[in-house]
Design a protein. Structure first.
Length: 158
């Protein structure tokens, strides 16, 4: 008999932790803030077994760690952790959690398909609409060229 595999449900786990950051004081003063971030990622790996690349630390946590400079980091931090699909999101305890949304993958259209769609749109338009659309496209192209020229000049200036 073949065993049927059940579809895994997306688990959303929320937990609160107090992370001790005292061990950051064992390293040189200028590296303490960086060490605290490393300690947080290591702590998350220990509790959730997710890779360190999948640990996402919010800006509020980062600002809290760096608020007194890189040499004077806090001794401990209270965080709220949300674990979804192998990704760990770390927030401050009182912070409102805004999870990063997954980007929708749009199907890329080939140039030929784009041309066919524009031709269909043009067939249904009056002459005035066609002229207005052409003017809009010209303005967009001019704006893009101006932006590219500005970027190039900024690069040349250094």
């Amino acid at each position: 008999m073949a065993k049927e595999k059940k579809a895994k449900k997306i688990e959303k786990v929320e937990k609160e932790f107090v992370i001790g950051l005292q061990s950051a004081y064992n390293c040189p003063r200028p590296r303490r803030a960086e060490k605290t971030i490393f300690i947080i990622k290591k702590f998350m790996f220990k509790h959730f077994r997710a890779t360190k690349e999948n640990v996402l630390i919010s800006n509020a946590v980062n600002e809290f760690l760096w608020k007194d400079g890189r040499e004077h980091t806090p001794r401990k931090i209270e965080v709220k952790v949300i674990f979804i699909e192998g990704k760990i999101n770390v927030f401050l305890k009182g912070e409102k959690a805004k999870l990063p949304k997954e980007e929708k993958k749009e199907e890329k259209m080939t140039k030929e398909e784009k041309k066919k769609e524009t031709e269909k749109e043009i067939k249904g338009m009056t002459e005035e609409e066609k002229v207005a659309k052409a003017e809009k496209e010209k303005k967009k192209d001019e704006k893009k060229l101006a932006e590219k020229a500005a970027e190039k000049s900024a690069i040349k200036r250094g």
